[in-house]
Design a binder for this molecule. Structure first.
Ligand SMILES: [Zn+2]
Ligand SMILES: [Zn+2]
Length: 411
């Protein structure tokens, strides 16, 4: 049975922090204020902000990023779309596959462990509002707590009431740390909304610029409209609803685009990037097994020291497996398994068989050998062909995970 979404370390830690902050501020407020009128007003503001904060948090978690129909497939344009081999369906423009959620997410921004899910099309507004209310509530709490701390010091009560001062200090420190961290996150999220461009899309744009010669026209990002229109695309046109955590605007499938672009401009660029990447790939043969473990014989300390992060997928390989390597670091290789124990893998299996492995596990094939000529003819020709007869892109899923991993490292 699947666990409820809230039963996960992210939401549990978040809820504990919210409870600590809300109750802590109230306790400080009532224990230290002498004038019994003012705490009531502050308490009303504080509890009001805390209520909106919790509401936005629950909405961003339970609305989720949204989903599209399983059988969605525009018949005439499918050769311009990416195909997700994990979900076995076409991905609409701006959708990406999330490994943690195990599904394709419309207008994916990032996977957030604090809400135990992705931030995408449907919950983007609620998520930004959650950050906003955390910042506003944190600011209000710091005002209350800072003022009380000043009075305690001013009237020399610190040593007479050390426990009270410790409470004020602890609640104030947590409020400040959370306010600062969430404030930075809010700044970046508002920038994403006003540009209408997620971090993953910013990475695609970087690659698009890299791919073009200086004399070529730069790639036009199709979704950045005016700031007002970008904001309305997420928060809706009516200011009455801007501060209420409802589902974001739109349908998660189609988006307004700038003149000269169409719904498939970005997906065509993504497919072109993947084809270009394939052309630079290397064929390698596994010479030492790797079982995705953290230690291995003959790795050397550099391989251990430069281990990919916990989030990065690692690929188990056996001796004689054939690999297509698409990225490399000094001590690690990233690629897909093409064959296993002499058997060709199906496209679906290959889509799942991606990851990092130590460089010491594999060797490049001799490019002058007959074996290489035969294999390259088979795999490069197949994998660089843009479209199969059935219309599914032969370029598989590897680069979504790949791009997301690189995005994280490059931001
Ligand atoms: Zn998918
Ligand atoms: Zn996710």
């Amino acid at each position: 049975m699947k666990c409820p979404k809230i039963v996960h370390w992210g939401p549990l830690v978040t809820i504990c922090l919210i409870a600590f902050h809300t109750l802590g501020t109230e306790i400080v407020l009532y224990r230290t204020w002498r004038d019994h009128e003012q705490p009531v007003y502050h308490s009303i503001v504080h509890m009001g902000l805390a209520f909106m904060l919790v509401l936005s948090y629950l909405c961003s978690m339970y609305l989720g990023p949204g989903e599209f129909p399983m059988a969605w497939e525009p018949a005439d344009k499918r050769e311009q779309l990416q195909y997700c081999y994990q979900c076995e369906r076409f991905k609409p423009p701006r959708a990406h596959h999330c490994r943690e959620c195990g599904t394709c997410c419309p207008k994916m921004d990032h996977h957030c462990p604090w809400i135990n899910g992705c931030v995408g099309w449907k919950n983007q507004k609620a998520f930004v509002l959650f950050l906003l209310y955390v910042v506003l509530d944190g600011f209000h709490s710091m005002y209350i707590i800072g003022w009380r701390a000043y009075l305690l010091v001013h009237f020399g009560l610190v040593w007479r009431q050390p426990m009270l001062f410790a409470d004020v200090f602890l609640v104030g420190s947590v409020a400040f740390a959370v306010w600062l961290a969430v404030g930075v996150l809010l700044f970046f999220q508002l920038r994403i909304v006003l540009r209408n461009r997620s971090d993953i899309e910013a990475w695609i744009m970087l690659k698009a610029d890299d791919r073009r010669q200086p004399e070529e026209e730069p790639f036009a990002f199709p979704y950045t409209l005016s700031r007002r229109a970008n904001f309305a695309a997420v928060f809706g046109p009516s200011p009455l609803w801007w501060f209420i955590p409802t589902a974001s605007h739109g349908n998660g499938l189609w988006w307004d685009v700038v003149e000269g672009c169409d719904q498939y401009t970005l997906t065509r660029e993504q497919l072109a990037q993947k084809r270009a990447k394939r052309k630079e790939a290397q064929l390698m043969r596994v010479t030492q097994p790797f079982n995705r473990g953290w230690f291995g014989c003959g790795w050397g300390h550099q391989t251990w020291r430069t281990h990919p992060s916990m989030d990065d997928e690692r690929l188990a390989v056996e001796v004689s497996d054939l690999l297509l390597i698409t990225r490399d670091k000094k001590h690690w290789l990233y690629g897909e398994k093409l064959t296993s124990e002499g058997e060709d893998l199906s496209m679906a299996d290959r889509a799942k068989a991606h990851g990092w492995m130590p460089r010491t596990c594999a060797q490049e094939l001799d490019t002058h050998s007959d074996e290489y000529a035969e294999l390259a003819g088979e795999y490069f020709q197949l994998t660089t062909k843009p479209v199969q007869a059935v219309g599914k892109s032969t370029i598989d899923e590897e680069t979504n995970a790949d791009m997301e991993a690189e995005t994280k490292k490059n931001l």
